[in-house]
Design a protein around this ligand. Structure first.
Ligand SMILES: NC(=O)c1ccc[n+]([C@@H]2O[C@H](COP(=O)([O-])OP(=O)(O)OC[C@H]3O[C@@H](n4cnc5c(N)ncnc54)[C@H](OP(=O)(O)O)[C@@H]3O)[C@@H](O)[C@H]2O)c1
Length: 285
C-alpha cells in the first residue's frame, strides 16, 4: 500500500503520509528501519539538522534501493541558522550529510519570534528554492500571525507548516488558516506524546471505541482523522508492525459520528511539545 500524494501550492507533489526520523538509533538500525519502511510503501522521510542523523538517513535511503526520484526527503534549518546569509551554508551542510544535490522540502524548524529573523530567513529559503537546491519550502511551528507576516512581506506562502497536531491538540483555527492559503498542515507527534492526564492518547476510550467499531487500532483512527481532514502526518515508527499499521490507516474512512466524538478530545491544554512563542533552544539536542 502506498500513500496518496497531496499537491503543494507550488505544484509539486508530496506523499501525504510519511515517516518521522527523530530519535533513531545507530546507522545500522536506521538503515534497517528505512529498508522496512521502503517495503511498507513509505516514500516521505522527515529529517532535520538537529536530529543529528542526516548522514545515516542518506545512507539508509541509498541502501533501501529506492531511486532518488521515488523518495521525498524533508530536512529542517536549525535555530542557530536564522538570518539572510546563514541558511545557504546550513542547507549545504545538510545536503552534504544526506549525500543529495537537493532536498524535496526544506523547513524553518522554529519561528523564534524573540529574534525576529524569520522573515529574513524565509527570503533566504526562497532564494535557495529559486536556485534549485530545494524543490519546496515551508516552515514548522509557525502561528497564523507568523505566516501572515511571511505572506504579507514576501508574497510567498509556505507549502507546508509542520505543527504539533493530534486529537488532544487539534489546531482547528490554524488548520483552517492553512486551508485559506493553500498551506498543507503536517502533523508532528500525531500520537500525542505521553498524554497530559496520565492517559496516553492512544489509550483514550473514545479512540478505542471508534477503533473497535471499524476493526482498526486507535493509532489508525488518529492517522485517518488527520489524513481525512487533508493534513499530512509523519508518525515515527520503528517496528515493522507499526510501519505497516500506520500505512494501512489510509484504507478505511471515519464517519461523521466518529469525527464528532474525536472533536470532544480537543483541549487548549493538550500541547505536549514546546510552545513556538517561547521556544528558543539554540544548542543541538
Ligand atoms: N517540527 C518539529 O518541531 C517536530 C517536533 C517533534 C517531532 N517532529 C517530527 O514528527 C515525528 C513524529 O513525532 P514523535 O516521534 O514525537 O511522535 P509520534 O510519531 O507521535 O510517536 C512515536 C511513538 O509512537 C509509536 N508508534 C508508532 N506507530 C505506532 C502504532 N501503530 N501503534 C502504537 N504505537 C506506535 C512509536 O513506536 P516504535 O518506534 O516502537 O514503532 C514511537 O514510540 C518525529 O520523528 C519528527 O520527524 C517534528
Amino acid at each position: 500500500m502506498m500513500s496518496p500524494d497531496v499537491i503543494l501550492n507550488d505544484g509539486h507533489r508530496m506523499p501525504q503520509l510519511g515517516l518521522g526520523l527523530m530519535r533513531f538509533g545507530s546507522e545500522a538500525e536506521t538503515a534497517a528501519v528505512l529498508a522496512s519502511a521502503a517495503d511498507a510503501g513509505y516514500r516521505l522521510f522527515d529529517s532535520a539538522a538537529v536530529y543529528g542523523n542526516e548522514q545515516q538517513v542518506g545512507e539508509g535511503l541509498r541502501q533501501s534501493g529506492l531511486a532518488r526520484d521515488e523518495v521525498f526527503v524533508t530536512t529542517k534549518l536549525w535555530n542557530t541558522e536564522h538570518g539572510r546569509e546563514k541558511p545557504r551554508a546550513a542547507l549545504a551542510g545538510s545536503l552534504q550529510r544526506l549525500g543529495l544535490d537537493h532536498v524535496d522540502l526544506y523547513l524553518i524548524h522554529w519561528p523564534l519570534p524573540m529574534d525576529d529573523l524569520y522573515v529574513e530567513t524565509w527570503r533566504a529559503l526562497i532564494a535557495l528554492r529559486d536556485e534549485g537546491l530545494v524543490r519546496s519550502i515551508g516552515v514548522s511551528n509557525f502561528t497564523a500571525a507568523h505566516l501572515g507576516r511571511l505572506i504579507a512581506e514576501t508574497g510567498i506562502a509556505p507549502a507546508v507548516n509542520q505543527i504539533e497536531m493530534h486529537p488532544r491538540f487539534q489546531q482547528r483555527a490554524l488548520h483552517a488558516f492553512h486551508g485559506e492559503h493553500g498551506i498543507i498542515s503536517q502533523a508532528w507527534s500525531p500520537f500525542g506524546g505521553g498524554g497530559t492526564g496520565g492517559v496516553p492518547l492512544l489509550g483514550e476510550p473514545v479512540l478505542a471505541q471508534i477503533a473497535a467499531k471499524h476493526g482498526r487500532t486507535p493509532s489508525q483512527v488518529v492517522l485517518r482523522w488527520l489524513t481525512q481532514s487533508g493534513a499530512s502526518a509523519i508518525p515515527k515508527a520503528t517496528s515493522a508492525q507499526h510501519l505497516a499499521d500506520n500505512m494501512a490507516s489510509l484504507a478505511f474512512d471515519l464517519d461523521e459520528g466518529d469525527l464528532a466524538a474525536i472533536a470532544t478530545l480537543d483541549s487548549p491544554e493538550g500541547r505536549t511539545g514546546p510552545d513556538p512563542l517561547t521556544f528558543a533552544v539554540k544548542h543541538f539536542a
